[in-house]
Design a binder for this molecule. Structure first.
Ligand SMILES: CC(C)(COP(=O)(O)OP(=O)(O)OC[C@H]1O[C@@H](n2cnc3c(N)ncnc32)[C@H](O)[C@@H]1OP(=O)(O)O)[C@@H](O)C(=O)NCCC(=O)NCCS
Length: 232
């Protein structure tokens, strides 16, 4: 079994998810694995190792590790994406920022979702991203586990649709297609074939047209002390 086999549906918002044991009085820790590790020096998949996985709602104390992971996984141009215009100065949607960690608390992956409006005056929706996994753990199922948790929790919270810009070859497995975004646009350059959506409520994006608008709660410096410390 790898992390892809985890069923995150119905997971409570602040609980780790996996099928492992729960420790009394402490966080539940996955006994799951194997996780396929990719050796940094080799393009092929390496040996199979057991790695525990805990997915929980991101905390302020995770911010520095998350930013470092995003730099490693996506490179320095990551903040120039059109999606960034919808995220800058905003907080992620309530309860929809996730951190995947190993049993020692080391960050393995991250995903966040953001409140947007699907075109001016259009329906509310979520923008997913960035999704990133520690490059040393590529192909180990961490990304899929994060996606399943994010989609399940967005649905549980009553959201109608999730949009993202990414590789259809990866996101199709979670139900994302380009069809619902045909009349929508990002607020900056984007590739149409990579602009995907998943309707959690059928028809949630019917008639949606125009440029996505940011709709998230404004960031408060006091809410993210780690960010303030980094900026200082
Ligand atoms: C993309 C990413 C999040 C996937 O996470 P992961 O934990 O490595 O992926 P999983 O183990 O869940 O899934 C692996 C499967 O996805 C496939 N896959 C991974 N990236 C893919 C891509 N860009 N396009 C198509 N398929 C992809 C793998 O081939 C593998 O397929 P298989 O199950 O048939 O063998 C991760 O590789 C990453 O952080 N990449 C760098 C940042 C990035 O590109 N983020 C996404 C922005 S669109």
């Amino acid at each position: 079994m790898d992390f892809n086999s985890f069923d995150t549906r119905g997971a409570a918002p602040d609980l780790p998810i996996f099928d492992g044991r729960a420790e009394v009085g402490g966080p539940a820790v996955a006994t799951a694995s194997p996780c396929r590790r990719v050796a940094a020096s080799s393009p092929s998949r390496g040996e199979v190792d057991a790695v525990a996985l805990v997915i929980s709602v991101e905390q302020a104390s995770d911010v520095a590790a998350r930013e470092a992971l995003l730099d490693r996984a996506m490179g320095p141009t990551r903040k120039r994406k059109a999606s960034e215009k919808l995220r800058r100065g905003r907080r992620p949607a309530e309860g929809l920022a996730f951190a995947a960690k190993d049993a020692d608390g080391r960050l393995l992956g991250t995903v966040r979702l953001w409140d947007v409006t699907a075109g001016a005056g259009g329906p509310p929706a979520l923008l997913l991203g960035p999704l990133a996994v520690d490059p040393a753990l590529k192909g180990g199922g961490v990304g899929s586990a994060l996606m399943r948790r994010a989609v399940a929790e967005a649905g549980r919270r009553g959201h109608g649709a999730i949009l993202l810009v990414g590789d259809a070859g990866y996101y199709a497995r979670f139900g994302f297609t380009a069809a619902p975004t045909a009349a929508l646009a990002m607020p900056g350059p984007f590739e149409r074939a990579r602009f995907l959506a998943l309707e959690l409520v059928p028809g949630a994006l019917d008639g949606a047209a125009g440029v996505l608008q940011p709709a998230g709660r404004r960031e408060r410096a006091s809410a993210w002390p780690a960010v303030a410390a980094l900026a200082a």
